[in-house]
Design a protein around this ligand. Sequence first.
Ligand code: SF4
Ligand code: F3S
Length: 118
Amino acid sequence: MPYVVTDNCIKCKHLDCVEVCPVDCFYEGENTLVINPDECIDCDVCVPECPVEAILPDTDPIGVKWLEFNRKYSTDMNWPVITENSGPDPEHEKYHPVNFPDGKMHLFSENPGKGDLN
Ligand code: SF4
Ligand code: F3S
């Protein structure tokens, strides 16, 4: 039952999640994160850290829709691992999920982020 990141993270990127993950399985895109579901050990400590409730188990009816998205961007797209919390996106308030009732995928970037584990 791995956990996955949903589109709530896009352009919010609070990063509170990454510093608590014991197995460093968060991967960074330009404006969102994903979890590698094959590395996640299902500890669930990251879930309460996210202020915008972007992390769900894949047993959740919404979470399961994001499983292949998380697998694709954490494995096939060369996004780097991220482990340190450098603070939220400066525009995170503007991009709070409550302002986007139809989701935020139209804002998604496939480009990798910088990461911090090389
Ligand atoms: Fe990491 Fe645990 Fe969150 Fe999985 S559930 S991403 S192992 S902190
Ligand atoms: Fe994204 Fe939430 Fe982590 S907004 S970066 S999943 S704390």
